[in-house]
Design a binder for this molecule. Structure first.
Ligand code: TA6
Length: 323
């Protein structure tokens, strides 16, 4: 997944801090039209714009969050992003691919800690960029200031890689440079854009047991594809396989492959929760399905001293599979 990047096992301080402006970032890391850094006026913050062939992705430096991804003629893009998305405050941005780390959901002991960890609102800095014939790559690492967060596991060096090519590949790598094991849960909380949640089918999790977050009880595994007629919030443990999302309205199948991930989360808030959340827009819930690669609950990861763990997900678009 980081075949383009330097060896992340040798943590190095960032050349340029997270507060750098577009000029300095483009001087050090810009790559002609393939990688450009700019202040996104609509979002109110610094982003990297990656281009590879007919694909374009926007990555916010705050939170190392992929926010937009378009490919070919997909006018609406492949990721869903809140109409209220902004980088101009310290709140998590809903949409794109938020990084949930070093815990998923509520903190195991500290009720005052933010949901889904602190990485998605932390400052990240650019470690490297690279362009090859078939991909444009960006590597970010948690900034030195963010590492002062009280919840940072001792000795954790954290790198997030984005590789834009025919598919969108993302990976979160944690290197343990400390003196004790790092225990963590995590997810790449991907918000996929769909034509209509009530018409999609999700294949790949049939007959897999899951935790139903709505009832907090073990749900019965289902022999059939997942379809939606209300809020769905499921954690499938011990699932490392491919998940396909068939979308008849947009006439496409999105494929999610995972690396270093034993948990898969499927979520749609449906209307009532979307209204409570307040940043999904009128009927926005119809265009969202979250298919998240993670390691959650019993799939917790322990990174030994000197060890490395990589969580990866890659998303690709295909003609609709109508079987
Ligand atoms: O991944 C599903 C989930 O855990 C849901 O329970 C819901 O809370 C969602 O994440 C969004 O969480 P957020 O903290 O981003 O509002």
């Amino acid at each position: 997944m980081s075949e383009v990047f330097d060896n992340v096992c040798t943590p190095k301080p960032c050349l340029v801090g997270p507060e750098a402006g577009p000029e300095l970032l483009n001087e050090h890391f810009g790559r002609r039209s393939a990688v450009r850094f700019l202040r996104d006026e609509k979002l109110g913050g610094m982003v990297a714009q990656l281009t590879a062939g007919d694909s374009v992705a926007t990555v916010a430096l705050r939170g190392a969050q992929v926010l937009r991804w378009s490919s070919g003629s997909t006018t609406d893009g492949l990721l869903w992003l809140s109409p209220d998305a902004t980088l101009a405050n310290d709140k998590p941005v809903r949409g794109g691919v938020p990084i949930c780390w070093p815990w998923f959901g509520v903190h195991p002991t500290d009720t005052s800690a933010p949901s889904h960890g602190f990485a998605r609102t932390a400052s990240w800095c650019v470690a490297s960029t690279a362009v090859s014939d078939d991909a444009t790559c960006l590597s970010l690492q948690l900034s030195e200031s963010a590492k002062k967060n009280a919840h940072l596991p001792d000795g954790a060096h954290v790198v997030f890689d984005v590789r834009l090519g025919r598919e969108l590949k993302m990976s979160l790598t944690v290197v343990n440079t400390g003196v004790k094991p790092i225990h963590m849960t995590e997810a790449l909380h991907t918000y996929l854009r769909v034509g209509d949640i009530s018409t999609i089918r999700i294949r790949g999790l049939e007959n897999k047991p899951f935790l139903d977050q709505l009832s907090e009880r073990a749900g019965n595994s289902e022999p059939h594809t997942i379809t939606f007629d209300g809020e769905v919030d499921r954690i499938y443990n011990n699932t490392a396989g491919v998940v396909n999302i068939d979308d008849p309205k947009l006439n496409r199948t999105l494929r999610v492959r995972k690396e270093g991930s034993q948990s898969t989360v499927i979520w749609n808030p449906w209307r009532e929760k979307a209204e409570r959340l307040g940043d999904i827009g009128p009927d926005g819930f119809r265009e969202i399905v979250c298919v998240e690669a993670g390691n959650i609950g019993c799939d917790e990861v322990v990174v030994p001293v000197g060890g490395v763990h990589r969580l990866g997900t890659s998303i690709s678009m295909h003609p609709l599979c109508s079987r």
